[in-house]
Design a protein around this ligand. Structure first.
Ligand SMILES: [Zn+2]
Length: 572
């Protein structure tokens, strides 16, 4: 038994995420966590909401609520949807927690003591009407390059020229529209990442088993242009973690908060503290997952994220951890994903394009989405959601191959024998062949799951379902029954056992269907099979079962057309 720490990139608080977000981090992380638990390992699976920064403030203002109240409400909403998708977090925390406040301030203090923080004076736009400094992208004006009148302070999206807010002609606040702006001097803290470049380079070079997608992005940021740049880690905002040096004031930094990208990854650690508090555990209980000198030395830590998050997880967060000089656990493996596109375009939260997590669950249960998303995970390249593909995958893989198998076998047994596993007949050469094929397929499935090859794992699982269908097709117990009742009984006994076998192996992908099938087979034995021969004799002769309700229903052409048009536009 090994110990596995798993984190999923933490979703931002301002709204419900779309299916592209789900498949890029939380869902594959859940697949891996469920698989490792099923294999008997000790798992700590953590996720949280990312709650600080200007977008949260603006979303709260739009909703007419104080930002703390807005975040608490949205956390509850995201938490409920995560449960709907059966995401099996050990804890779903919040980056605004007291634990994260303390730890972020503590780590900033350690970085300062190590000489890794410098103060920088900057000129920034202050809006009198909004009574605040404005981040670059919240300043709009006319582009000096092309004349576009809605250019942002960081970039003109018409001609793509990189801009400085002071370049804009007639600048105005994107929040209030006010032109009463003034350039003011303000002081900020910068993390000296450039000083840590050698250490980070060595660490990344040591990760020879990482996916190419992960290391190529990390090395690009490390080496391109002038190399790794120092980063501002503070902002002039109200909402966030106040800038303090541990539990001491930080002179000159009054009224400022840490930048959301500094505190968000620290929440991975703080979340374990929240887990301990919520479950009546001690500090030692969570520290054994995170402090290498307190028991985390034998933990394997795996992170899941979309490719846009890779630079922060390979460079910025490790710079914080390494720079602190303390014995925090560093990530062992980063699984990153490309993008899932939607029906000929991109999913977009800001434009409301695509299917969002709450809408998906209104249409169909979680397992349908889990299966499609995982079996089409954007691993080696971007992938695309289309309604045709979704319909075909659900109808073929889930309804025809798996669901129909369980239904046919149990109904046939009930009608010809009884609602219990029949006793007669002796297995022969065809059954030996089946066992050998399943054994080989099971090892392939395990190897892909161990390597977190999500699509290959789904294909390997499906191949195991197909082997059972082929067996049933070959031996045709409904025909055998007429001439040789005993042999038909044996074939059905094997097939009934296969239902349980499939329920166990499928649980990381489709946990609800797995539980339904185990219940139907009156089995509480969900242990991962060590060998196929014993797994398909686990249900003995005379063992009762119940014919399950429809495990997966088919999606009709009318439904597909209806959903296609319903989700063609923009979410209102
Ligand atoms: Zn322009």
């Amino acid at each position: 038994m090994a110990r596995h720490l798993i984190t999923s990139a933490i979703p931002y608080i301002n709204g419900i995420k779309h299916l592209g977000n789900l498949v890029g981090s939380q869902l594959p992380a859940d697949l891996y966590a469920r698989y490792l638990r099923a294999r008997g390992h000790e798992v700590m699976f953590l996720c949280a909401t990312d709650e600080h920064g200007t977008p949260a403030e603006l979303a709260a203002a739009k909703a007419g609520k104080p930002v703390a109240e807005y975040c608490a409400e949205m956390h509850a909403v995201q938490s409920e949807i995560a449960q709907g998708f059966r995401l099996s977090f050990d804890h779903f925390g919040r980056s605004s927690s007291p634990q994260n406040h303390r730890l972020t301030q503590h780590l900033a203090g350690r970085l300062a003591e190590a000489g890794l923080i410098r103060e920088v004076s900057e000129k920034q736009m202050y809006s009198h009407a909004d009574k605040r400094f404005l981040p670059d992208r919240y300043i709009e004006g006319t582009c000096p390059n092309c004349g576009y009148d809605k250019a942002r302070g960081d970039q003109c999206e018409n001609c793509t020229k990189q801009l400085d807010p002071t370049d804009l002609i007639d600048p105005r606040s994107a929040i209030s529209g006010s032109t009463d702006l003034e350039v003011r001097e303000t002081k900020h803290l910068y993390l000296r990442q450039s000083d840590m470049r050698g250490k980070l380079q060595d660490w990344i070079d040591s990760k020879t088993d990482w996916p190419v997608l992960t290391t190529s992005i990390a090395k690009k940021w490390l080496n391109d242009g002038d190399g790794l740049q120092d980063r501002g880690i503070t902002r002039d905002l109200d909402w966030g973690i106040p800038v303090r040096k541990g539990d001491q004031d930080w002179p000159g930094m009054e009224g400022k908060v840490f930048y959301v990208w500094f505190d968000a990854p620290i929440e991975y650690i703080a979340c374990a503290g929240e887990w301990a508090e919520a479950n009546g555990k001690t500090d030692a209980d969570w520290e054994r997952w995170w402090r290498t000198e307190k028991g985390a030395g034998d933990v394997r830590y795996t992170q899941f994220m979309g490719k846009d998050n890779v630079p922060f997880h390979t460079l910025s967060f490790p710079a914080t951890i390494l720079g602190s000089g303390e014995d925090w656990k560093l990530v062992d493996y980063i699984k990153s994903f490309n993008y899932l596109n939607y029906d000929g375009g991109q999913f977009s939260t800001s434009q409301g394009r695509g299917v969002f997590m709450d809408q998906a669950l209104e249409i169909l249960p979680a397992d349908y989405w889990r299966w499609w998303l995982l079996s089409h995970a954007p691993e080696s390249s971007d992938s695309e959601f289309t309604w045709e593909n979704f319909q075909s995958s659900v109808n073929k893989d889930l309804a025809d191959v798996l669901g129909n198998f369980a239904s046919r076998v149990t109904k046939f047994c009930r009608s010809k024998f009884n609602e219990e596993v029949p006793a007669a007949g002796t297995p022969g050469a065809r059954e030996d062949q089946l066992i050998a094929d399943l054994e080989k397929g099971l090892r392939e499935y395990e190897a892909h799951m161990d390597a977190i090859e999500v699509r290959k794992s789904a294909a390997a699982l499906r191949a195991l379902w197909v082997l059972g269908n082929e067996y049933l097709q070959d031996v045709a117990p409904w025909t055998t029954f007429k001439a040789d009742t005993d042999t038909a009984a044996m074939q059905i006994r094997i097939a009934l056992n296969l239902i349980r076998f499939y329920a166990v192996l499928s649980s990381p992908f489709i946990p609800d269907a797995s539980a339904q099938l185990l219940t139907a087979m009156h089995s509480e034995d969900a242990d991962w099979p060590s060998d196929v021969a014993s797994a398909i004799t686990a249900l003995p002769a005379g063992h009762a079962f119940t014919v399950p309700d429809v495990t997966f229903r088919k999606i009709s052409d009318d439904e597909r057309a209806d959903w296609q048009s319903r989700f063609a536009g923009v979410r209102t």
